[in-house]
Design a protein around this ligand. Sequence first.
Ligand code: ARG
Length: 435
Amino acid sequence: MLTQEFVFSFREAAPYINAFRGKTFVIALSGEAVAGGNLAGLAQDINLLVSLGVRVVVVHGGRPQIAALLARNGLMPRFHDGRRITDAPTLEAVKQAQGMVRYEIEAALSMGMPNSPMHNAHLRVSSGNVLTARPLGVIDGVDYFYSGQVRRIDTEAINQRLDTGELVLISPIGYSPTGEVFNLMMEEVATQTASALRAEKLIFLIESRGVTGAEGQFVSTLNAHQAEDLLARNTQPVDVCAYLACAVRAVREGVPRAHLVSHREDGALLVELFTSGGNGTMVSRDPLVKVRNAGIEDIGNIIALIRPLEEQGVLVKRSREHLEMEVDCYSVLEHDGKVYGCVAMHTFPGSDMAELACLVVSRDKRDAGFGETLLHHVEQKARLRGMHALFVLTTQTAHWFVERGFSPADPSQLPPPRQRLYNTQRRSKVFIKPL
Ligand code: ARG
């Protein structure tokens, strides 16, 4: 059993390992994540990513560490509109605290204990003056002093270091051409870095598991539009709110996927990255589910989907040759690049009725609504071809079609060429849906 699980997981991870090699990921590591007790685990997983050939940029924060230092120095933290007001004494505390956080992260990334996955793999961390900043200035009469905004990111320098296999660790501190130091927001730095580097992913490590939907349910995937709708309801915890807004921005600026993943749950990052279902919440630019016309390279997938049902007698047997000849009638459903379903549509000369056949969804994705998606696809395709009705022949799945608008009909209503093919022995029932 354990072997089976391992093999299943490893095979599931393989396409992601291959897809991620050479890609750039920007990981936002908040001060809370650094202090959260799982830094060693996170560092190990980040190390693992680098060893698999991912180009990793880590942007860290330090809010709780700054707060603690200010308190120790007897200084009051001041915020306006969610942004720190960084006067000169505060800036000193920011520099100190961020310096300490950075050393802690470097230390964690340098660990290579004999029984850790990173034994013998030495990771090089690099950093430097990659952020040029400008002051926020005075907004609504509030002077932000040394709180700044990113003005320029030296992507060339970052890329050079990534090219040599180093991890780039960026502190949210920028310099002005006149030599001043500015305190930046780590989520802004991470988001802007991801879009400037045309990163494949932007990952925020958060307190909770991910985003909660309107009914209190966990939300695994969203597009930018859905994420904005959720943000407008104002029901997410503050960290999720801030990071989700950044995720939307990154995706709008071309980053294909932005993720919110727990920093508390050990291994959550690996599950998010190397399984198709993930662990946290993903905001994706492109739809995950795609239905497309099948090609000859899909025959193997189609066979794998339909064989078990042929054996149960749910579907009539189709030979490989037959499928190859008819492949143009087939469409397949992909989720994240993997085929999970298929359907065929046949038309008959002189008839405005099309046949829907061979609608199959893989066992492990039965509840994902893929059947409806495939049905919808065929309905649309049939309408485009000027069809006025869709029919289906079935022996065992009548209820599914009836629930979706099909009604029982007589074989004599079928287009004549199809009537001649009607297999009286199978005694399939005919169902028709007007379009
Ligand atoms: N592992 C894949 C990726 O990193 C898919 C992740 C899906 N995550 C999710 N929360 N639904 O792109």
